[in-house]
Design a protein around this ligand. Structure first.
Ligand SMILES: Cc1ncc(COP(=O)(O)O)c(C=O)c1O
Length: 387
Protein backbone atom coordinates (compact mmCIF):
# COMPACT_ATOMS: atom_id res chain seq x y z
CA UNK A 1 0.00 0.00 0.00
CA UNK A 2 1.31 3.46 -0.88
CA UNK A 3 0.87 5.76 2.10
CA UNK A 4 1.34 9.51 1.93
CA UNK A 5 4.95 10.43 2.67
CA UNK A 6 4.09 12.32 5.83
CA UNK A 7 2.98 9.09 7.50
CA UNK A 8 6.62 8.02 7.72
CA UNK A 9 7.15 10.97 10.08
CA UNK A 10 4.30 10.14 12.44
CA UNK A 11 5.43 8.56 15.72
CA UNK A 12 3.38 6.77 18.34
CA UNK A 13 2.94 6.16 22.05
CA UNK A 14 4.79 2.96 22.95
CA UNK A 15 2.67 2.45 26.08
CA UNK A 16 -0.20 1.24 23.90
CA UNK A 17 2.08 -1.21 22.05
CA UNK A 18 3.53 -2.63 25.27
CA UNK A 19 0.00 -2.95 26.66
CA UNK A 20 -0.98 -4.99 23.58
CA UNK A 21 2.09 -7.25 23.99
CA UNK A 22 1.36 -7.72 27.69
CA UNK A 23 -2.27 -8.62 26.91
CA UNK A 24 -1.07 -11.16 24.36
CA UNK A 25 1.23 -12.76 26.97
CA UNK A 26 -1.74 -12.89 29.38
CA UNK A 27 -3.79 -14.66 26.70
CA UNK A 28 -1.02 -17.23 26.51
CA UNK A 29 -1.43 -17.83 30.26
CA UNK A 30 1.36 -15.66 31.68
CA UNK A 31 0.71 -13.47 34.77
CA UNK A 32 1.64 -9.84 34.12
CA UNK A 33 1.75 -6.84 36.46
CA UNK A 34 0.89 -3.73 34.48
CA UNK A 35 3.08 -0.72 35.19
CA UNK A 36 3.15 0.53 31.61
CA UNK A 37 0.03 2.55 31.06
CA UNK A 38 -0.49 6.09 32.27
CA UNK A 39 -3.98 5.98 33.63
CA UNK A 40 -5.43 5.98 37.14
CA UNK A 41 -6.69 2.52 38.12
CA UNK A 42 -9.58 4.02 40.11
CA UNK A 43 -13.16 4.19 38.91
CA UNK A 44 -14.47 7.56 37.81
CA UNK A 45 -16.18 9.11 40.87
CA UNK A 46 -19.85 8.17 41.01
CA UNK A 47 -21.25 11.69 41.03
CA UNK A 48 -19.61 12.27 37.63
CA UNK A 49 -20.88 9.01 36.11
CA UNK A 50 -24.36 9.78 37.35
CA UNK A 51 -24.27 13.28 35.86
CA UNK A 52 -23.42 11.72 32.47
CA UNK A 53 -26.26 9.18 32.70
CA UNK A 54 -28.69 11.93 33.65
CA UNK A 55 -27.47 14.06 30.72
CA UNK A 56 -27.96 11.18 28.27
CA UNK A 57 -31.49 10.62 29.54
CA UNK A 58 -32.18 14.34 29.19
CA UNK A 59 -31.18 14.19 25.53
CA UNK A 60 -27.62 15.59 25.54
CA UNK A 61 -26.90 13.21 22.71
CA UNK A 62 -26.57 15.61 19.77
CA UNK A 63 -23.95 17.87 18.18
CA UNK A 64 -22.92 20.96 20.08
CA UNK A 65 -20.67 23.96 19.44
CA UNK A 66 -17.16 23.03 18.21
CA UNK A 67 -15.44 25.06 20.92
CA UNK A 68 -17.56 23.44 23.63
CA UNK A 69 -20.86 24.17 25.34
CA UNK A 70 -21.01 27.76 26.60
CA UNK A 71 -21.69 26.91 30.27
CA UNK A 72 -18.92 24.27 30.24
CA UNK A 73 -16.49 26.86 28.88
CA UNK A 74 -17.66 29.21 31.65
CA UNK A 75 -16.98 26.57 34.32
CA UNK A 76 -13.51 25.84 32.89
CA UNK A 77 -12.73 29.57 32.58
CA UNK A 78 -13.64 30.07 36.24
CA UNK A 79 -11.61 27.02 37.32
CA UNK A 80 -8.50 28.21 35.45
CA UNK A 81 -9.03 31.81 36.66
CA UNK A 82 -9.17 30.57 40.27
CA UNK A 83 -6.34 28.04 40.15
CA UNK A 84 -3.91 30.03 37.96
CA UNK A 85 -4.90 33.41 39.40
CA UNK A 86 -5.45 35.01 35.99
CA UNK A 87 -8.61 36.30 34.37
CA UNK A 88 -9.82 33.82 31.75
CA UNK A 89 -12.95 34.40 29.63
CA UNK A 90 -15.09 31.54 28.29
CA UNK A 91 -14.16 32.46 24.72
CA UNK A 92 -10.54 31.70 25.59
CA UNK A 93 -11.42 28.06 26.22
CA UNK A 94 -11.70 25.27 23.61
CA UNK A 95 -13.04 21.90 24.80
CA UNK A 96 -11.62 18.81 23.05
CA UNK A 97 -12.02 15.01 23.22
CA UNK A 98 -9.14 14.46 25.68
CA UNK A 99 -6.31 16.94 26.03
CA UNK A 100 -4.17 15.36 23.31
CA UNK A 101 -5.87 17.13 20.36
CA UNK A 102 -4.73 20.44 21.86
CA UNK A 103 -1.12 19.42 21.09
CA UNK A 104 -1.97 18.54 17.53
CA UNK A 105 -4.16 21.58 16.89
CA UNK A 106 -1.85 24.13 18.50
CA UNK A 107 1.19 22.88 16.58
CA UNK A 108 -0.85 22.80 13.33
CA UNK A 109 -2.19 26.29 13.92
CA UNK A 110 1.05 28.03 14.98
CA UNK A 111 4.02 26.26 13.44
CA UNK A 112 5.16 26.47 9.81
CA UNK A 113 7.29 23.85 8.11
CA UNK A 114 10.51 25.83 8.43
CA UNK A 115 9.91 26.65 12.11
CA UNK A 116 11.55 25.05 15.14
CA UNK A 117 9.85 23.76 18.27
CA UNK A 118 11.70 23.09 21.54
CA UNK A 119 10.29 20.26 23.67
CA UNK A 120 11.37 18.19 26.69
CA UNK A 121 13.28 14.94 26.10
CA UNK A 122 12.62 12.53 27.73
CA UNK A 123 9.05 13.74 27.30
CA UNK A 124 5.58 12.82 26.14
CA UNK A 125 6.27 11.23 22.72
CA UNK A 126 3.40 12.91 20.91
CA UNK A 127 5.12 16.32 20.96
CA UNK A 128 8.02 15.09 18.82
CA UNK A 129 5.72 13.00 16.65
CA UNK A 130 3.47 15.92 15.72
CA UNK A 131 6.33 18.39 15.19
CA UNK A 132 7.93 15.90 12.81
CA UNK A 133 4.64 15.07 11.14
CA UNK A 134 3.94 18.65 10.10
CA UNK A 135 7.49 18.95 8.73
CA UNK A 136 8.86 21.38 11.32
CA UNK A 137 12.18 20.88 13.11
CA UNK A 138 11.99 19.18 16.52
CA UNK A 139 14.58 20.60 18.91
CA UNK A 140 14.81 18.43 22.04
CA UNK A 141 15.99 19.88 25.33
CA UNK A 142 17.49 17.23 27.59
CA UNK A 143 16.04 16.78 31.06
CA UNK A 144 18.82 15.52 33.31
CA UNK A 145 18.58 13.46 36.47
CA UNK A 146 21.29 15.68 38.08
CA UNK A 147 18.89 18.59 37.60
CA UNK A 148 15.88 16.74 39.09
CA UNK A 149 14.66 16.25 35.50
CA UNK A 150 13.98 20.00 35.17
CA UNK A 151 15.08 21.67 31.98
CA UNK A 152 18.26 23.73 32.17
CA UNK A 153 17.39 27.31 31.38
CA UNK A 154 20.90 28.16 30.17
CA UNK A 155 20.65 25.32 27.68
CA UNK A 156 17.23 26.53 26.59
CA UNK A 157 18.68 29.96 25.82
CA UNK A 158 21.28 28.33 23.57
CA UNK A 159 18.68 26.28 21.69
CA UNK A 160 16.51 29.26 20.80
CA UNK A 161 17.05 30.62 17.28
CA UNK A 162 15.22 33.14 15.10
CA UNK A 163 13.14 30.19 13.84
CA UNK A 164 11.90 29.04 17.26
CA UNK A 165 8.15 29.43 17.20
CA UNK A 166 7.03 27.40 20.18
CA UNK A 167 8.44 26.01 23.44
CA UNK A 168 6.61 23.06 24.98
CA UNK A 169 6.86 22.55 28.73
CA UNK A 170 5.21 19.91 30.91
CA UNK A 171 5.02 20.14 34.69
CA UNK A 172 4.44 17.88 36.58
CA UNK A 173 6.17 15.84 33.92
CA UNK A 174 5.59 12.56 32.17
CA UNK A 175 7.74 10.37 32.29
CA UNK A 176 9.99 11.67 35.10
CA UNK A 177 7.56 13.14 37.64
CA UNK A 178 9.76 16.26 37.68
CA UNK A 179 8.38 19.71 38.40
CA UNK A 180 9.53 23.09 37.10
CA UNK A 181 10.16 25.62 39.85
CA UNK A 182 8.73 29.12 39.84
CA UNK A 183 12.23 30.42 39.05
CA UNK A 184 12.47 28.04 36.07
CA UNK A 185 9.15 29.33 34.79
CA UNK A 186 10.23 32.96 35.24
CA UNK A 187 13.40 32.31 33.24
CA UNK A 188 11.47 30.51 30.47
CA UNK A 189 8.96 33.38 30.40
CA UNK A 190 11.75 35.92 30.00
CA UNK A 191 13.10 34.02 26.99
CA UNK A 192 9.63 33.60 25.45
CA UNK A 193 8.80 37.30 25.83
CA UNK A 194 12.16 38.61 24.61
CA UNK A 195 12.18 36.31 21.55
CA UNK A 196 8.42 36.46 20.84
CA UNK A 197 7.82 32.73 21.26
CA UNK A 198 4.59 30.93 22.20
CA UNK A 199 4.55 28.42 25.07
CA UNK A 200 2.43 25.28 25.12
CA UNK A 201 2.18 24.46 28.81
CA UNK A 202 1.05 20.88 29.36
CA UNK A 203 -0.51 20.96 32.82
CA UNK A 204 -2.50 17.72 32.64
CA UNK A 205 -0.96 16.56 35.97
CA UNK A 206 -1.45 19.91 37.74
CA UNK A 207 -3.63 18.33 40.44
CA UNK A 208 -1.39 15.32 41.04
CA UNK A 209 1.33 16.99 43.03
CA UNK A 210 2.95 15.94 46.32
CA UNK A 211 4.99 18.94 47.41
CA UNK A 212 4.11 22.61 47.26
CA UNK A 213 1.62 23.95 44.75
CA UNK A 214 1.31 23.94 40.99
CA UNK A 215 2.60 27.03 39.19
CA UNK A 216 1.53 27.87 35.66
CA UNK A 217 3.71 29.94 33.37
CA UNK A 218 0.47 31.61 32.21
CA UNK A 219 0.20 33.29 35.63
CA UNK A 220 3.42 35.27 35.12
CA UNK A 221 3.28 38.88 33.86
CA UNK A 222 2.70 39.22 30.09
CA UNK A 223 2.57 35.43 29.65
CA UNK A 224 -1.15 34.75 29.44
CA UNK A 225 -1.35 36.09 25.87
CA UNK A 226 1.45 33.83 24.61
CA UNK A 227 0.66 30.67 26.60
CA UNK A 228 -1.66 27.84 25.68
CA UNK A 229 -2.56 25.87 28.80
CA UNK A 230 -3.36 22.23 28.09
CA UNK A 231 -5.36 20.54 30.83
CA UNK A 232 -8.27 18.15 31.20
CA UNK A 233 -10.14 15.64 33.28
CA UNK A 234 -8.42 12.38 32.27
CA UNK A 235 -5.93 12.11 35.12
CA UNK A 236 -7.50 14.18 37.92
CA UNK A 237 -10.83 12.35 37.89
CA UNK A 238 -9.78 8.98 36.43
CA UNK A 239 -11.64 9.80 33.20
CA UNK A 240 -9.15 8.70 30.53
CA UNK A 241 -11.78 6.85 28.51
CA UNK A 242 -14.28 9.69 28.58
CA UNK A 243 -12.12 11.94 26.40
CA UNK A 244 -12.52 15.36 27.96
CA UNK A 245 -9.74 17.92 27.78
CA UNK A 246 -9.32 21.57 26.92
CA UNK A 247 -6.97 24.33 25.90
CA UNK A 248 -6.92 27.86 27.31
CA UNK A 249 -5.46 30.42 24.93
CA UNK A 250 -5.86 33.99 23.76
CA UNK A 251 -9.06 35.08 22.02
CA UNK A 252 -7.38 35.43 18.63
CA UNK A 253 -6.10 31.85 18.57
CA UNK A 254 -9.15 30.14 20.12
CA UNK A 255 -11.46 30.40 17.04
CA UNK A 256 -8.77 28.80 14.87
CA UNK A 257 -8.41 25.88 17.26
CA UNK A 258 -12.22 25.61 17.26
CA UNK A 259 -12.11 25.54 13.43
CA UNK A 260 -9.70 22.61 13.61
CA UNK A 261 -12.23 20.95 15.93
CA UNK A 262 -14.97 21.56 13.33
CA UNK A 263 -12.78 19.90 10.71
CA UNK A 264 -11.78 16.93 12.86
CA UNK A 265 -14.32 16.07 15.53
CA UNK A 266 -17.22 18.53 15.07
CA UNK A 267 -17.49 18.70 18.85
CA UNK A 268 -16.66 16.89 22.07
CA UNK A 269 -19.36 14.41 23.22
CA UNK A 270 -22.26 16.40 24.62
CA UNK A 271 -23.13 14.28 27.67
CA UNK A 272 -19.43 14.05 28.59
CA UNK A 273 -19.32 17.83 28.73
CA UNK A 274 -22.34 17.90 31.07
CA UNK A 275 -20.49 15.47 33.34
CA UNK A 276 -17.46 17.78 33.24
CA UNK A 277 -19.52 20.47 34.99
CA UNK A 278 -20.14 18.04 37.86
CA UNK A 279 -16.50 16.93 37.88
CA UNK A 280 -15.12 20.46 38.15
CA UNK A 281 -17.75 22.06 40.40
CA UNK A 282 -18.90 19.03 42.43
CA UNK A 283 -17.41 17.19 45.41
CA UNK A 284 -13.61 16.95 45.05
CA UNK A 285 -13.01 14.43 47.83
CA UNK A 286 -12.57 11.41 45.53
CA UNK A 287 -10.01 13.29 43.41
CA UNK A 288 -8.15 14.34 46.57
CA UNK A 289 -8.19 10.76 47.91
CA UNK A 290 -6.62 9.49 44.67
CA UNK A 291 -3.68 11.86 45.15
CA UNK A 292 -3.19 10.64 48.74
CA UNK A 293 -3.19 7.06 47.51
CA UNK A 294 -0.73 7.89 44.70
CA UNK A 295 1.59 9.44 47.29
CA UNK A 296 1.50 6.23 49.36
CA UNK A 297 2.30 4.15 46.29
CA UNK A 298 5.06 6.52 45.20
CA UNK A 299 6.78 6.06 48.55
CA UNK A 300 6.49 2.27 48.30
CA UNK A 301 7.83 2.07 44.73
CA UNK A 302 10.70 4.55 45.22
CA UNK A 303 11.92 2.74 48.35
CA UNK A 304 11.50 -0.67 46.70
CA UNK A 305 13.45 0.36 43.59
CA UNK A 306 16.27 1.90 45.62
CA UNK A 307 16.52 -1.36 47.59
CA UNK A 308 17.29 -3.27 44.37
CA UNK A 309 21.02 -3.49 43.59
CA UNK A 310 22.12 -1.52 40.49
CA UNK A 311 18.93 0.59 40.43
CA UNK A 312 18.50 4.13 41.73
CA UNK A 313 15.41 6.26 41.67
CA UNK A 314 14.67 9.90 42.48
CA UNK A 315 11.50 10.71 44.39
CA UNK A 316 9.12 12.32 41.89
CA UNK A 317 7.24 15.41 43.02
CA UNK A 318 4.17 14.93 40.85
CA UNK A 319 2.25 12.77 38.31
CA UNK A 320 2.23 8.98 38.87
CA UNK A 321 5.45 7.80 37.27
CA UNK A 322 8.94 6.89 38.44
CA UNK A 323 11.96 7.01 36.17
CA UNK A 324 14.66 4.81 37.72
CA UNK A 325 18.24 4.86 36.50
CA UNK A 326 19.23 1.41 35.20
CA UNK A 327 22.60 2.34 33.65
CA UNK A 328 24.58 0.08 36.02
CA UNK A 329 22.89 -2.99 34.53
CA UNK A 330 24.67 -2.17 31.30
CA UNK A 331 21.93 -3.33 28.94
CA UNK A 332 20.32 -1.53 26.03
CA UNK A 333 17.27 -0.07 27.76
CA UNK A 334 14.67 -1.19 25.22
CA UNK A 335 16.00 -4.75 25.44
CA UNK A 336 15.89 -4.54 29.23
CA UNK A 337 12.25 -3.36 29.23
CA UNK A 338 11.24 -6.08 26.74
CA UNK A 339 12.99 -8.78 28.79
CA UNK A 340 11.51 -7.59 32.09
CA UNK A 341 8.10 -8.04 30.44
CA UNK A 342 8.76 -11.45 28.90
CA UNK A 343 10.90 -12.94 31.71
CA UNK A 344 9.82 -11.17 34.91
CA UNK A 345 6.20 -10.58 33.86
CA UNK A 346 6.23 -6.86 34.62
CA UNK A 347 5.14 -4.46 31.88
CA UNK A 348 7.38 -1.37 32.01
CA UNK A 349 8.46 1.13 29.38
CA UNK A 350 11.94 1.87 28.15
CA UNK A 351 12.98 5.46 28.81
CA UNK A 352 13.67 5.67 25.07
CA UNK A 353 9.91 5.49 24.46
CA UNK A 354 10.12 9.15 25.57
CA UNK A 355 13.00 10.15 23.32
CA UNK A 356 16.69 9.46 22.89
CA UNK A 357 17.67 11.05 26.21
CA UNK A 358 15.60 8.40 27.99
CA UNK A 359 18.35 5.82 27.36
CA UNK A 360 19.47 4.35 30.69
CA UNK A 361 16.08 4.75 32.39
CA UNK A 362 12.83 2.84 32.69
CA UNK A 363 9.40 4.33 33.23
CA UNK A 364 7.07 2.64 35.67
CA UNK A 365 3.58 3.91 36.29
CA UNK A 366 2.43 3.47 39.88
CA UNK A 367 -1.23 3.71 38.96
CA UNK A 368 -1.63 0.19 40.35
CA UNK A 369 -2.32 -1.24 43.83
CA UNK A 370 0.40 -1.40 46.51
CA UNK A 371 -0.02 -5.17 46.43
CA UNK A 372 0.75 -5.31 42.69
CA UNK A 373 3.58 -2.79 43.04
CA UNK A 374 5.21 -4.96 45.71
CA UNK A 375 4.74 -8.04 43.53
CA UNK A 376 6.36 -6.24 40.57
CA UNK A 377 9.28 -5.06 42.71
CA UNK A 378 9.91 -8.60 43.88
CA UNK A 379 9.77 -9.98 40.34
CA UNK A 380 12.16 -7.32 39.00
CA UNK A 381 14.55 -7.89 41.93
CA UNK A 382 14.61 -11.62 41.33
CA UNK A 383 15.04 -11.21 37.57
CA UNK A 384 18.04 -8.87 38.03
CA UNK A 385 19.60 -11.09 40.70
CA UNK A 386 19.45 -14.06 38.31
CA UNK A 387 21.18 -12.19 35.45
C1 LIG B 1 1.99 14.74 29.52
C2 LIG B 1 0.66 14.33 28.99
N1 LIG B 1 -0.08 15.22 28.32
C3 LIG B 1 -1.28 14.88 27.80
C4 LIG B 1 -1.78 13.62 27.93
C5 LIG B 1 -3.07 13.26 27.23
O1 LIG B 1 -4.18 13.33 28.02
P1 LIG B 1 -5.60 12.90 27.45
O2 LIG B 1 -5.81 11.48 27.77
O3 LIG B 1 -6.58 13.80 28.16
O4 LIG B 1 -5.63 13.14 25.97
C6 LIG B 1 -1.06 12.66 28.63
C7 LIG B 1 -1.58 11.28 28.74
O5 LIG B 1 -0.89 10.33 29.03
C8 LIG B 1 0.19 13.02 29.18
O6 LIG B 1 0.94 12.14 29.86
Amino acid sequence: MRLAQRMSRLGTETAFEVLARAKQLEKEGKKIVHLEIGEPDFDTPRNITEAAIKAMKEGWTHYGPSAGQQDVREVIAKYISDTRKIKVDPDEVVVTPGAKPIMFFVILALVNEEDEVIYPNPGFPIYESVIDFIGAKPVPIQLREENDFRLDVKELKKLVTSKTRLIIINSPQNPTGGILTLDDLKAIAEIAISKDIYVLSDEIYSRIIYEGEHHSIASLPDMKERTIILDGLSKTYAMTGWRLGYGVMNKTLAPHIARLMTNCNSCTASFTQRAAIEAITGDQSDADKMVQEFRRRRDVIVKGLNDIPKLSCLTPKGAFYVFPNVKKIGWDTKKLADTILSEAGVAVLSGTAFGKFGEGYLRLSYANSVENINKALEMIKKFLADL
